[in-house]
Design a protein around this ligand. Structure first.
Ligand code: NAD
Length: 494
C-alpha cells in the first residue's frame, strides 16, 4: 500500500520544477474503479454515434488548443516543439478516424444460424467494462488520447496511469475530454508510480492496455493472465531500416534522419539500425552525415530546434552507456557521440556509428536515444536476414524504388514502412499497429485496436423447432435426416 505524496515534475530543459501534484495512493484505486464502473454502466447504453460525437469534438478541441498542449508536452518530456506537434497532429487525426469507424464496426451483425430459417443469430460487441491504460513518458498525449478514444468509443470507462514524469499532460487530456462532453467518471487519471499503483489497477480492471518496456510488459501480462483478463502490450523495439540498390538516396538519407532522430530517438518505432547495400553505401553515408551535421540540437519552446533534450538523467545515462560501450569495443563514431550539457542538462548529439559488432550493447538492445548504427550489406537477402535477427519485431523501414512490398513480406515486424521511416504506418490509423516477437502482443489502431476492448457476444434465437430429435422420429431417424440435411447444407456452403 502507498499513501498520497507530492509528485514533483521537473522540466528536462533546465531541471527546474515544472509543477507539483498529489499522487494517488494505492488504497484509493478501488474507489476510482468503482466510480468508473458506475459511469460505464450508463455510457454503455449511449448509442455509438452519440459517443462518437464526443470524439469529433475532441479532435477539434485538440487543434484549437494546439499551443497549450505543445507547451505542456514539451515542459514534461523535453522534446522539440516539432516532435510535440507530431503528437498533437497524430491525436487529432486518430480520434477523428476512430469516431468515424466506430459506429459501423460496433453494429450488431446477422450471422448464419445453426439451422437456416429456424435459427436467427446476431453477433454483438459488448464493452469489456473498465479499461486500464498504463502509458510511458515518451508520447504522453497521443497514446492515451488514441487508446482512450478506442476504449471509450467501444463503451468502456478508462482509468489512465500516466508515467510519473508526465501527469500534467494526462490531466490536460482529461480536461479536453470533459470539455468535449464526455460524462464524468469515464476517464480518470491516476498520477503516481507504476510499481505502487500498477497492482491495484491490474487487480480491478477488465482489460489492460500497456505501452512501455518489454520487461514491465512481461510482468503485467503475467498479472493479467492470472486474472484471465485481456492484455495488450506495445513494447520495445530495435527497428531496422534497409537501403536497397535502387533507393532514391537523397530521400532515403532524409527519411533515415527523421526515422532515427525524431523525438530525440525516443520513439518505440524509431530506427536504430540501418543496413545499406554495398553498391550505394558510400553515397548514402555521405548524404546521411551531411544531413545529421545540419540538425539543430537544443532546448526550448521555439520551432527552430530539430532534436530536443532526452527526457531525464536516467535516459542520458542509458544512451551514453550504449555509445561508450560501443566506442570502447571499437565502433567508429562518424557523427555526434557526446552529451551536450552546454545546450541542456540532458542533451545528446545525434550520433552515427559504424563498426558495431554483436558484443556491443547497442547492437541488439534498444537504446531509445538519438543513436544510429549503420551496417554495410552485400545483398537484399543479407539485409532481410540481419533485419530479422532480433528478438523484437515492431517496425521496419525499406527504401527502394521497386522492391519494398516484396521485401516487406519477408520481414517479421508488425509494421513496414516503404520509403518512410515510421510515420506512414503509424499515421494510417485505420490499420492495426503493434509488434511481433518481444515487441508486444495485441494491436492498437484499426479495427483490432477497437474491438479488443469488447467481448463478442453471440445471441441465437431458435424458432419453431429445437435442435434435437423430434419425438416421433427417434434417434436413428434423426441421424439419417440430419446427415442428408448437412450434406445439402455443405454443398450449398462456399
Ligand atoms: P516502463 O515500462 O518503465 O514504464 C512505462 C509505464 O509503466 C510507466 O507509466 C510506468 O510508471 C509504468 N510501470 C513501471 N513499472 C510498473 C509496474 N510494475 N506495474 C505497473 N506499471 C508500471 O517504460 P519506459 O522505459 O518508461 O518507456 C519506454 C519504453 O516504452 C521503450 O521500451 C519503448 O520502446 C516503449 N514504447 C513502446 C511503444 C509501442 O507502441 N510499442 C510506444 C511508446 C513506448
Amino acid at each position: 500500500m502507498s499513501s498520497n505524496r507530492d509528485l514533483v515534475v521537473r522540466c528536462p530543459f533546465d531541471d527546474s520544477i515544472y509543477g507539483t501534484l498529489q499522487s494517488t495512493a494505492a488504497e484509493q484505486v478501488p474507489a476510482v474503479l468503482a466510480t468508473a464502473r458506475r459511469a460505464q454502466a450508463a455510457w454503455a447504453t449511449v448509442p455509438v454515434p452519440e459517443r462518437a460525437r464526443v470524439f469529433r469534438r475532441l479532435a477539434g478541441l485538440i487543434l484549437d488548443n494546439r499551443d497549450r498542449i505543445l507547451d505542456v508536452i514539451q515542459a514534461e518530456s523535453g522534446k522539440a516543439r516539432l516532435s510535440a506537434f507530431e503528437e498533437v497532429m497524430d491525436a487529432a487525426r486518430a480520434v477523428r478516424v476512430f469516431a468515424g469507424s466506430a459506429p459501423g464496426l460496433l453494429r450488431a451483425r446477422r450471422r448464419g444460424g445453426a439451422i437456416p430459417l429456424l435459427t436467427k443469430t446476431i453477433e454483438h460487441h459488448r464493452p469489456v467494462g473498465v479499461v486500464g491504460i498504463i502509458n510511458p513518458w515518451n508520447y504522453p498525449f497521443n497514446l492515451p488520447a488514441s487508446d482512450g478514444a478506442q476504449a471509450l468509443l467501444a463503451g468502456n470507462a478508462v482509468v489512465l496511469k500516466p508515467d510519473s514524469q508526465t501527469p500534467f499532460t494526462a490531466l490536460l487530456l482529461a480536461d479536453l475530454l470533459a470539455e468535449a462532453g464526455l460524462p464524468a467518471g469515464l476517464f480518470q487519471v491516476l498520477p503516481g508510480s507504476g510499481a505502487e499503483l500498477g497492482p491495484a489497477l491490474v487487480s480491478g480492471v477488465d482489460y489492460l492496455m500497456f505501452t512501455g518496456s518489454t520487461a514491465t510488459g512481461r510482468k503485467l501480462a503475467r498479472a493479467c493472465a492470472e486474472r484471465l483478463i485481456g492484455f495488450s502490450g506495445e513494447l520495445g523495439g530495435k527497428n531496422p531500416l534497409l537501403v536497397l540498390e535502387d533507393a532514391d538516396l537523397a530521400t532515403a538519407a532524409a527519411g533515415t534522419v527523421h526515422g532515427a532522430f525524431a523525438n530525440t530517438g525516443q520513439v518505440c518505432v524509431g530506427i536504430e539500425r540501418a543496413y545499406v547495400h554495398t553498391v550505394v553505401y558510400e553515397e548514402f553515408l555521405d548524404r546521411l552525415l551531411d544531413q545529421v551535421g545540419s540538425l539543430r540540437v537544443g532546448v526550448g519552446y521555439d520551432w527552430n530546434i530539430d532534436v530536443g533534450s532526452l527526457s531525464s538523467a536516467g535516459q542520458l545515462a542509458a544512451v551514453s552507456a550504449h555509445v561508450d560501450d560501443a566506442v570502447d569495443k571499437g565502433a567508429a563514431v562518424l557523427a555526434g557521440g557526446q552529451a551536450r550539457p552546454d545546450l541542456g542538462p540532458y542533451c545528446y548529439e545525434p550520433t552515427v556509428l559504424t563498426g558495431v559488432t554483436p558484443d556491443m550493447l547497442l547492437c541488439r538492445e534498444e537504446t531509445f536515444g538519438p543513436v544510429l548504427a549503420v551496417y554495410r550489406v552485400a545483398s537484399e537477402d543479407e539485409a532481410v536476414e540481419r533485419a530479422n535477427d532480433s528478438r523484437y519485431g515492431l517496425n521496419a523501414s525499406v527504401w527502394s524504388a521497386r522492391r519494398g512490398p516484396d521485401v516487406a513480406a519477408r520481414l517479421r515486424t508488425g509494421t513496414v514502412n516503404v520509403n518512410e521511416g515510421f510515420a506512414a504506418t503509424w499515421g494510417s490509423h485505420a490499420a492495426p499497429m503493434g509488434g511481433m516477437g518481444e515487441s508486444g502482443i495485441g494491436r492498437r489502431h484499426g479495427n483490432e485496436g477497437l474491438l479488443k476492448y469488447t467481448e463478442p457476444q453471440t445471441v441465437s434465437v431458435q424458432r419453431l423447432h429445437r435442435i434435437a430429435p423430434p419425438p416421433r422420429l427417434g434417434n436413428e431417424g434423426y441421424a439419417k435426416l440430419m446427415t442428408t440435411a448437412i450434406r445439402l447444407l455443405n454443398r450449398g456452403t462456399r
